[in-house]
Write a protein that binds this ligand. Structure first.
Ligand code: NAD
Length: 440
């Protein structure tokens, strides 16, 4: 079976590698020639644990190739996965220009029956739109070929993407053709025979499942962040509240960690997109809109927490550990660090930042405040002469830092632990003016 994955980003590359590892012949196609050149040179353009080894293994086995040739990608495939970006437009709606450009390209080169699979997160109705776009191109060419479009949303988590694609919680397949369903069962045969739950459903339902899942997780995070703000006011401990809440099987302990607000390439854009889909259908998603607002408030509250505790941050040096939106990724899209660093810089702070993987992307995303940021090689260099230390992302390596050494290197002694990684450490409150989130 030949598969082409169009769009070789966080989703497309991982999916392509995993499908090749499942024994299929895969072409990962992208319009970004530099990315394809890097991949062909054996260089993985994103940081994702475990991906590099698996990619090399499958390239060497002759099952995985990288190309910028759309014609070849379409003509050679039995099934074409669309995994291009769907970034937010100015009004919050999902920008479908990349998805529809791919659909047009498929229509231009389609040469026989194929199943087109939407992996990108797309508004309800997009699979039909993709089908119409392909058909329009076929009509323009004056040719007739059968094809089906299915929705197969992706649920991988960056940082754990390889495992999530090898052992997904479920595969959602929105499809209204038995022929396409049979072909996709073969594509996912390894998972199908391993008893991964498969949800075969209508296309519209599959499209909504993805948005509903992400919006629910965003609501859960905003909810516990709101409880954290309240806990600080009333003298309660949000970690204990969350732990006890999570023991209730109806609630579950996951996504109940208070912090600086959610970020990344999915929750911020998908919550806005689902609110936009609702508006376009004459509905309003009040709970989701509140989660979006609460998330903006949470980031602002983190800036306030730092500036209020320090009285004034003008000309103070703040060491920041962790820039990427979560650990084990280099992805900085919508990372809380962007808003928080900009907020601190606007008030005159000087920032010394260290992140294991997020620095390269921060450099261009935070170019507006580059005069106020010094990027450091490790935690200790960042701490040197700093008035305060801020933990923004809970990379595992930060859990093991030598707090005493950090304290000695610093000029001041504030520690803002926005991920509560040291909250249970006895020593931390003796060494620092310690400020966790949602507890003392
Ligand atoms: P990305 O920005 O990392 O990758 C998209 C890739 O598509 C880029 O390499 C870009 O060059 C390429 N591209 C754009 N137009 C193209 C075209 N016409 N032909 C070929 N390639 C083209 O995006 P991503 O993070 O992988 O996300 C892709 C989709 O998957 C989005 O809809 C996203 O919401 C969804 N998703 C992402 C995640 C995640 O954690 N990143 C998880 C689940 C779902």
């Amino acid at each position: 079976m030949n598969i082409s994955v169009i769009g070789t980003g966080y989703v497309g590359l991982v999916q392509g590698v995993i499908l090749a590892d499942f024994g299929l012949q895969v072409i990962c196609m992208d319009v970004d020639q530099k990315k394809i050149d890097r991949l062909n040179a054996g260089d993985v353009p994103i940081y994702e644990p475990g991906l590099s080894e698996l990619m090399h293994k499958n390239v060497e086995a002759g099952r995985l190739r990288f190309s910028s040739d759309m014609k070849e990608a379409v003509e050679s495939a039995d099934s074409i996965f669309i995994a291009v970006g769907t970034p937010p437009a100015d009004d919050g709606s999902a920008d479908l220009r990349y998805v529809l450009a791919v659909a047009k390209g498929i229509g231009e080169y389609l040469n026989g029956y194929k199943v087109i699979v939407d992996k990108s997160t797309v508004p309800v109705g997009t699979a039909r739109l993709v089908g119409e776009t392909i058909q329009k191109e076929l009509d323009a060419r004056g040719v007739s070929h059968e094809f089906d479009v299915a929705s197969n949303p992706e649920f991988l988590r960056e940082g754990k993407a390889v495992n999530d694609c090898q052992r997904p919680d479920r595969i959602v397949l929105g499809c209204d053709s038995e022929r396409a369903k049979d072909l996709l069962k073969k594509v996912y045969n390894v998972l199908y025979i391993n008893q991964t739950p498969f949800i075969f459903t209508e296309i519209e339902t599959a499209e909504l499942i993805k948005y509903a899942s992400n919006a629910f997780l965003a609501v859960k995070i905003s909810f516990i962040n709101e409880i954290a703000l309240l806990a600080e006011k009333v003298g309660a401990n949000v970690q204990e509240v969350a732990r006890a809440m999570g023991m209730d099987g109806r609630i579950s302990p996951k996504f109940l960690h208070a912090g600086p607000g959610y970020g990344g390439s999915c929750f911020p854009k998908d919550t806005k997109a689902v609110a936009d889909i609702a508006r376009k259908h004459g509905e309003q998603t009040l709970v989701i809109e509140a989660a979006i607002q609460a998330n903006e408030k949470q980031k602002a509250k983190m800036i306030e927490k730092i500036t209020d505790s320090m009285d004034d941050v003008k000309d103070k040096t703040i060491a920041v550990l962790g820039l990427s939106f979560k650990p084990d990724t280099d992805d900085m899209r919508d990372a809380p660090a962007l808003t928080i660093l900009e907020g601190l810089a606007a008030q005159g702070a000087q920032i010394k930042a260290y992140c294991p993987q997020g620095i390269e992307e921060s450099k261009w995303r935070l170019a507006d405040i580059e005069n106020q940021i010094t990027y450091c090689h490790d935690e200790y260099e960042a701490a040197k002469n700093a008035d305060a230390l801020v933990i923004l992302t809970e990379w595992n390596q930060f859990r093991g830092i030598d707090l005493e050494r950090m304290g000695k290197l610093m000029k001041g002694n504030f520690l803002f632990d926005l991920r509560n990684i040291f909250a249970k450490d006895e020593q931390v409150r003796k060494l620092f003016q310690y400020r966790p989130v949602g507890r003392t």
